[in-house]
Design a binder for this molecule. Structure first.
Ligand SMILES: Cc1ncc(COP(=O)(O)O)c(C=O)c1O
Length: 520
């Protein structure tokens, strides 16, 4: 079968790396998989219906002509997608130390709970009397989140961290407008996740950068200097994106409040402090929590995230609808701004009530851990990151010196200086060794950043193997073993892409291969 890979290099096509090339290009039972367009035939179908009797269509010119979708039999379809899924790397397959993303084990108990028909089969438009259990679950999860954060109210509907940021900042904006004190600027530290300035900009704010001090954290002085009557608030991540605890957080919150502004905390890294510190005690006004990170619900490639937002007393009245209220044993939803008695919700952000499947999984994670287990998970996440730091500090470089980190440890590329190996080469060589690379080139304030987040899921044996592998790679780079890096990955199903070309000339659609003479 000829493979139309549109310039995509693969190890099989680009020359088998093995000394034992095979007739098929397959490597034992690792089967090379073409695109579905390359194996399916238009007109082929997996079902065998009888030809319908002749009939007159009423669609006229609107009747659908063939749009050239490839057809496969059912077994072929099954094999195609199973083989593709086997080329995917996942936390279920190996170490996935993607800093800032918290790729932790998704407990199977959580999956089992989410599939219970009473949760899995509910429809958002069902009468509330028929979904009392589901509403109680949302209410119980909300109570756990409020207890863990020490905050006054929670909006459960946002569907990702970034969505939660928008929710929290929209509530802050409403609070200021209600006070007759609308402001125009939001302070964002340079090391922030890109979603922070994007959220502020989307709400019409100007963004004022706050530089980090020498040790990678934000100082109260820098915040005070940037504050003014035009500042609506600060968006500060704690622990920050360099894996460090913002130790001035209380003084920063005080300064922000004294200036009449509010404190939005990016809580994406809450997994480092659950059970150890409550954001409500630190002066936070709003914070989103990525259930898909801290509470182990699966990350779905931008899919089924969940980013509930907690609010202080000051901001709680502006939290959006819908929310669940309880009257005795009856749960109901406050669905409209008018129905929110005594409050001034900024509006509604989602059509329905949030990601039910993620709520079930997160509560299952919480209840199976218990409060002591959740604290232990935070401690273990921090311990594991520091174990990696201690295992690599003599061979890799840290941008802010060797200091105790939180749940993730940040390296930079200065240890690769003069080796001819870049951060990207180093990360690709990790793939050949069977490790998903760490987060690279983030945070942007650090040159050649490599952010490693092992999470509490990894065993000591896995961490030891990770450390030993990275030490060996560093040695290879310093010994000039460039072949190991520049062409890496050598053993992955797909060889390294030309990333610049992929960005500048993206091939977004498969097209049939042109015969050579037609292309001329
Ligand atoms: C610090 C930080 N803030 C915000 C976000 C955005 O969260 P989400 O991807 O759920 O939108 C992330 C995601 O990685 C993050 O790491």
């Amino acid at each position: 079968m000829s493979m139309n890979r549109g310039g995509r290099p693969t190890s099989a096509q680009g020359g088998q790396t093995s000394d034992h090339p095979t007739f098929t290009g397959n490597k034992a039972l690792q089967i090379e998989e073409p695109l579905i367009f390359e194996v399916g035939d238009v007109g082929k179908t997996g079902v065998d219906f009888e030809e319908p009797e002749a009939h007159e269509t009423r669609l006229g010119g609107l009747e659908r002509q063939s749009i050239g979708l490839p057809g496969l039999t059912e077994p072929e379809t099954m094999r195609h997608y199973v083989r593709i899924s086997q080329k995917n790397f996942a936390i279920d397959a190996g170490v996935y130390p993607l800093g800032s993303c918290t790729m932790k084990h998704n407990g199977r108990l959580n999956e089992k709970m989410a599939r219970l028909p009473g949760f899995g089969d509910v429809h958002p438009l069902q009468p509330q009397s028929t979904v009392q259990g589901a509403l109680e679950l949302i209410d119980t999860l909300a109570a756990w989140l409020l207890e863990m954060t020490g905050m006054a109210a929670v909006a459960m509907s946002p569907k990702a961290g970034a969505h939660g940021e928008f929710c929290g900042m929209a509530a802050i904006k409403s609070a200021q407008i209600a006070k007759g004190d609308a402001r125009s600027v939001v302070l964002v530290p340079e090391s922030a996740h890109g979603t922070n300035p994007a959220t502020a900009a989307l709400l019409g704010y100007k963004v004022r950068d706050i530089p980090a001090r020498e040790d990678g954290t934000v100082s109260t002085e820098a915040v005070k200097e940037a504050l003014g009557p035009d500042v609506a608030g600060i968006m500060l991540t704690n622990p920050n994106t360099c894996g460090l605890f913002e130790r001035d957080i209380i003084a920063i919150a005080d300064a922000v409040h004294e200036a009449g502004a509010y404190f939005y905390c990016d809580g994406a890294n809450f997994n480092a402090i659950v059970g150890k510190a409550k954001p409500g005690d630190l002066g936070v006004d709003c914070m989103h929590i990525n259930l898909h990170k801290t509470f182990s619900t699966p990350h779905g490639g931008g899919g089924p995230g969940s980013g509930p937002v907690v609010f202080s007393e000051a901001i709680a009245p502006y939290a959006p609808v819908p929310y669940v209220v309880r009257d005795g044993d009856i749960f109901s939803l406050v669905e409209t701004v008018e129905a929110a008695k005594g409050a001034k919700p900024f509006g509604r952000q989602t059509a329905f009530h949030g990601q039910m499947g993620m709520f079930v999984r997160a509560l299952s994670y919480m209840m199976s851990h218990g409060s002591d287990g959740l604290r232990q998970a935070s401690e273990d996440a921090v311990l594991n990151a520091n174990y990696i730091r201690a295992g690599l500090r003599d061979v890799m470089s840290q941008p802010f010196g060797d200091q105790v980190c939180m749940h993730e440890v940040l390296f930079d590329d200065s240890f690769l200086k003069d080796t001819g190996v870049t951060t990207l080469d180093f990360a690709k060589a990790m793939i050949d060794e069977g490790f998903h690379p760490m987060t690279m080139y983030f945070p942007l304030v650090v040159h050649g950043a490599m952010l490693v987040e092992p999470t509490e899921s990894e065993s000591k044996a896995a961490l030891d193997q990770f450390i030993a592998t990275l030490r060996d790679l560093v040695k290879g780079a310093k010994d000039g073993d460039l072949v190991r890096f520049t062409g890496a990955p050598h053993h992955a199903p797909m060889a390294r892409l030309d990333e610049t070309r992929a960005a500048r000339e993206p091939i977004l659609r498969w097209r049939p291969e042109q015969p050579a003479e037609a292309a001329e």
